[in-house]
Design a protein around this ligand. Sequence first.
Ligand SMILES: Nc1nc2c(c(=O)[nH]1)N[C@H]1C(S)=C(S)[C@@H](COP(=O)(O)OP(=O)(O)OC[C@H]3O[C@@H](n4cnc5c(=O)[nH]c(N)nc54)[C@H](O)[C@@H]3O)O[C@H]1N2
Ligand SMILES: Nc1nc2c(c(=O)[nH]1)N[C@H]1C(S)=C(S)[C@@H](COP(=O)(O)OP(=O)(O)OC[C@H]3O[C@@H](n4cnc5c(=O)[nH]c(N)nc54)[C@H](O)[C@@H]3O)O[C@H]1N2
Ligand SMILES: [Mo]
Length: 714
Amino acid sequence: MSAKPNPNQEDQIVTTTCSYDCGGRCLLRVHIRDQKIAHISTENRKGLHLQACPRGLAQKAVVHHSDRLTQPLKRAGARGDGKFKPVSWDEALETIADKIQHTIARFGTESLYFVTNTGSMATLHNTPVVTRRFFGLLGRCTRTWGNPSYEGAKQSAMATFGTAATGSTRDNLLASKLIVLWGWNPLVTRFGPDTIPYLAQAKKTGARIVCVDPRQNQTCRALADEWIPVKPGTDTALLTAMAYVMISEALLDQCYVEKITHGFDKYRAYVTGETDGVPKSPEWAHAICGTPVESIVKLARSYIENKPASLIAGWAPGRTAYGEQFHRAASTLSAISGNMGIDGGHSAGGGDYVDMGNFEKTLPVPKIRHRKVHLARLYNTLLDSKSEGTHPVCKLLYIVGCNLLNQNLNLNKGKQALMKMDFIVTHELFLTPTAKFADIVLPVKHFFEGEDIGQPFVGGPYCLYMHKVLDAPLGVKSDLDIFSKIAERMGIENYNDRSDEEWLESFLGSEPHLPDLTTLKTDGVKRFVLPRAHVAFRKEIENPDKHPFSTPSGKVEIFSQRFAELNHPAIPAIPTYMTSSEGPEDPLVQEYPIQLISPHSNARANSQFDNIEVIKKGADDRLWINPADARERRIDNGDAVYVFNKRGRMRVTANVTRGIMPGVASIDQGQWYAPDDHGIDRGGCANILTNDKKSPAGAFVSNTCLVQIEKCSD
Ligand SMILES: Nc1nc2c(c(=O)[nH]1)N[C@H]1C(S)=C(S)[C@@H](COP(=O)(O)OP(=O)(O)OC[C@H]3O[C@@H](n4cnc5c(=O)[nH]c(N)nc54)[C@H](O)[C@@H]3O)O[C@H]1N2
Ligand SMILES: Nc1nc2c(c(=O)[nH]1)N[C@H]1C(S)=C(S)[C@@H](COP(=O)(O)OP(=O)(O)OC[C@H]3O[C@@H](n4cnc5c(=O)[nH]c(N)nc54)[C@H](O)[C@@H]3O)O[C@H]1N2
Ligand SMILES: [Mo]
């Protein structure tokens, strides 16, 4: 008799979804055998399918990794050298509660600086929410503002449309004749598990796919008919020249444009050069963005002649010095070309959220007006030894769900800033480059170790129940538990007066269109069946008189009166191309001639999994450099190179490839900082080089960064 067990009979299957800030929200089916994870599978079905990626399917290696933190750690050496000793929870929590109380008594609540990001995006155990709830109960603290992902996109969407919900469900792509992926690489970043299946299906049924990107990225290689290169940070020039072609070739329906937009006359005057004497012609744009003139003309014509066309504006071009102008210009083009609010069209709105009703029920956060410092000003604020106006100096830094040092701009300045803190706490799964700078590190649960609800990253018609897969290792707690215990010690009531299950029950119970807890638990996934594709601004476009946009003029605001009144040269009233510091027109190119971009990796969720060997194996962590730039520097494929500027230096391996345009280099972000004795990063962390500035609207400017590259001789 065969001893081979039938896996279907033996396995117990527990369903969940990742809580990472990764662009997907997919179905994980965890197969349990003998109380252990055997393997993880997913689904593959027609329509709205939630097929997981290799990172999700490799979570067994994450949850069971030997580097998982399982005890609270207390610093036992100089800050940053990574020496720690294990301590009891009692000691760790008592120390933290004491430090917080002490700091408040001596310096006031504003000297507490909490930094939190999307380590967990689950509904209940959501790192930003649980953290804000705790600090909100302490009073007015200091926090960051400026979403590193899409602040430029969000601010643009708010100004142009009056909402950040500018997206469409992906099935809408099936009606597109032309799909323009502008600085968007969903084969890697996903933006919903159904993006690539629908794109592939659209292509099969005849849609033309074009990518506008400094790199021939993975999606471009797999699905595009054409790659249109553009220098980083110059997309607004290219979009403006497309408007020039449409205007000068009389391709626009003037009546339509005037009916739905506000300020087109002023925009036209800018585009034609009536206002400043500079016609924004394809030749003008070519000199700035490097895109061939004929490609600009062809793209402009085809975007208006192949209606319906979807121009999807990625967030990466918005993570530049004037990123918000890119998003405003893209949305303007969608509106004036008549590609907005229609089947197969897309608003090109950077918010890219699909409003599916209230999915967003989470733990309530006290409405406190914390002192807010932009993420890019964080290190300056920490380094400021004098009080800023009436503000006290920041003393205690509390980091939750964020690998700050690695992921924030200008890492070397970050190190100096962290050295100045009296006390740093972080909750972590691993001893990250940031955790190494902490005084206390508290070990937290992996999402397999608790119950929660998963909601799609950019909004989509489904939600998933996250069942508990495993018990947490002894000595590991959730962020919610940790804050509950600190609150208790500090005598703060009401931080958490319910069980996890009661919270989840109340989120679901508060909205009639959501299933109740028992149903969602049993079904695992709730898919909402929509009568047709959801398209942002359908009703506003179909009937603008009855359904005005939520902007001051009730129309798509190409011109913003609010911005006009600010009278600020960097916040123009209409979308405008402006040269920037560390852009291709900065004289600094004499010294640092290469524009560096740092896209998101197929093998990480931001910096996560860089330490997980089986996932890291799938990464391409080399520096992409064009053969022309490599030749000039005698760099061959596979050579070790230095990439440097005045802020830092890294040593990495070159990938000499025609897949990136001349004058631009690229290294995937999220690699862990690993300095050698000379302070040269051997880990490949892009933020050793980036500039800690913000765009006028608050965008993270990681893709505006000039560097020099040379072959290593040692
Ligand atoms: N150069 C460059 N830098 C960038 C970007 C870029 O494109 N280029 N992108 C930026 C963007 S868009 C983003 S969103 C940021 C992301 O930057 P971060 O927010 O720092 O993202 P992660 O690197 O994912 O760090 C999340 C941390 O949370 C931990 N974690 C996971 N789950 C939990 C949990 O349940 N509780 C707690 N307490 N911790 C948990 C993980 O171990 C990880 O260390 O990076 C930004 N940095
Ligand atoms: N696998 C994976 N998926 C993720 C993440 C991850 O880390 N890994 N992170 C998630 C998060 S937090 C976010 S915010 C999103 C980020 O999503 P995006 O911002 O869309 O992702 P990026 O990879 O930074 O950039 C997308 C493309 O833009 C190009 N690009 C860079 N600069 C410019 C520019 O100036 N102009 C133009 N036209 N193109 C440019 C890059 O070459 C790249 O091909 O992804 C999410 N999804
Ligand atoms: Mo992000």
